[in-house]
Write a protein that binds this ligand. Sequence first.
Ligand code: NAD
Ligand code: DAU
Length: 353
Amino acid sequence: MAKRNILITGGAGFIGSHVVRLMVNKYPDYRIVNLDKLTYAGNLANLVDIEDKPNYVFEKADICDYEKMCELFDKHEIDGVIHLAAESHVDRSIKDPFTFARTNVMGTLSLLQAAKVKWEGNYYDKLFYHISTDEVYGALQFDGTLFTETTKYDPHSPYSASKASSDHFVRAFHDTYGIPTIVTNCSNNYGPYQFPEKLIPLFINNIRHRRPLPVYGKGENVRDWLYVVDHAHAIDLIFHKGKIAETYNIGGFNEWKNIDLIKVLIKTVDKLLGNPEGASLDLITYVTDRAGHDLRYAIDSRKLKNELGWEPSLQFEEGIEFTVKWYLENQAWMDNITSGEYEKYYESMYKNR
Ligand code: NAD
Ligand code: DAU
């Protein structure tokens, strides 16, 4: 297998840490450079099991720092980029859209420009692979339709608008300068190491501490859930076998109404903690809906299956039980993250809802 020097941005975050772990373990001849600013969402504790591997390097840097990006391309002779670094939480984007435009749009542009300048038109065996979201497609109704790769972009939150913009820049750099690019749009991920501002880890932690579970609106919104390691395997496959300039949708064919998913979480946590069935149902608290809350996401990932043979490996029931167990058994990881600044964040997000 050819040697490669791959820059993975956002590798200390939730999905990025799973991608870094997979690539470091699977490709001992590659150099995996994890570039992360270590914002509130980045945590090197997500990678303790691989941090001493000889093919792994960590670089603390901001993707918006163009000069630094150029320096790192030179230093590590980067020939492939898997770009995950982003501000990723919709609720934060509603409070602070500027940060999302800066990181997700300008940061992506700065990386693209560094790739263009440093690869100098020699694009043989180069790839800029951009990780995006199904949220760029907007919202579906309850009519069985699915997002395909040709669904028109229709973002509604500052987060999804910033991701849509970054997708457009990536495609524009292919069309204008010939940079080899791929974009993938994935549905909601779940699994270990997710920051507890997102629904699943937040609710597992709240059930454990008998805190209220803030269900937005009527809990009727639908998301399509995919186990994060399945996403990491899809990224590995697409990085190596995907067609240049293509878009692939990645999803679990696994739609859940929020309130039904929350009841599964309650049942699983109660069972694993030895509580009587239904003991934590009283924690469900309906709160003011998220502004611009997209009703339903659901991905059609048949293109990825038909062209590259990828399918999710895990049944949801199995994945969710494993995930709940992981959070309950890794309370130190959770406590470390939820101490200090987190309390202030939690108060500001949920106190007055
Ligand atoms: P995350 O918030 O857990 O991690 C983001 C990482 O990016 C963190 O480690 C953070 O420190 C880093 N980062 C943020 N700003 C940076 C900057 N300016 N420079 C360098 N590093 C910076 O996010 P995630 O959930 O792992 O999502 C990763 C990517 O996947 C994002 O691009 C997101 O849009 C996309 N995505 C996420 C999901 C999901 O369900 N979580 C689904 C589809 C797509
Ligand atoms: O679809 C992919 C996207 O999934 C990613 O691009 C985003 O980065 C990721 O954060 C996720 O976005 P969502 O907004 O769907 O995820 P979140 O976990 O924030 O919310 C899931 C659903 O649960 C959503 O309908 C809002 C609802 N919710 C969320 C929280 C945090 C609640 O009802 N209460 C809550 O406290």
